[in-house]
Design a protein around this ligand. Sequence first.
Ligand code: MG
Length: 300
Amino acid sequence: MSRRIEIVEVGPRDGLQNDPVLLDTPVKLEFIDRLIEAGVKRMEAASFVNPKLVPAMADSDAVMDKVDRSKCAFIGLALNERGMRRAIEAGCDEINFVMVASEGFGKANQNATPEETADLLDRIAVLAHDAGIPLSATISVAFGDPFDGAVDPRRVAALAARAEAAGASEIALGDTIGVATPWDVRAAAEAVRVAAPKARLRLHFHNTRNTAIANVYAAVEAGVDVIDASCGGIGGCPFAPKATGNVATEDVVYLLEKGGYSTGIDLDSMIATARWLEETALKHPIASALAKAGGFPATP
Ligand code: MG
């Protein structure tokens, strides 16, 4: 049997939250339905943050209320206690708590230091545990901070250890501003694995410096089996200047399936959804390579 690599689709959350176009809830729901149709089984579609700061996520409650849960698990993001309580209230299947690896970004994104984000998780993880909801943690700017520069993998590893101790069953390393190289990915994966051996490791890449697909390859080679990606390569981060989109789901599916890995995602359906995003929903060019070129060999 081929090795399974799980793709967590983050287009409806990380993708849409920084797109200049605000989608109406019904269009967002159509996007989500199309992704499920393409085979997505885990998805970030909601973020329980201040709607004034992140208007694209203001309808998170309505989205969670209407999505079809039968075939896909929905992850809600939380940055603080209020967000965690809202995610529980909204009935998210999983909660992802966002920690931060460096001071500058921490101050801009959630007004907290790295240690404060770890302390906060320690304090509020019990809310998710008591509600019986799986908890994961993302360590954002794990490879570099737009204000402070490079981030030491030992610092990321120390935060991962704290997340695991708080009961996070999965830890995601976020290359929020797209600075990582494949060698950084290997070093970080190794450091985190030693520090948090029980947690599943998940990697999140942005293609700001054209390294995202190479980083996916490096992560898989380093034994990582959960990868975040966004249909069409849409996305960015409102508090990370010049950050561009997430690695495109269809580009990742093409790479991995060609390599004999199984993703459970239908490439042609994902490409069709990326093109629908570009032509019908967002009506602006998207960054995906496969949406432009199509698969190979071409489907008759
Ligand atoms: Mg991101």
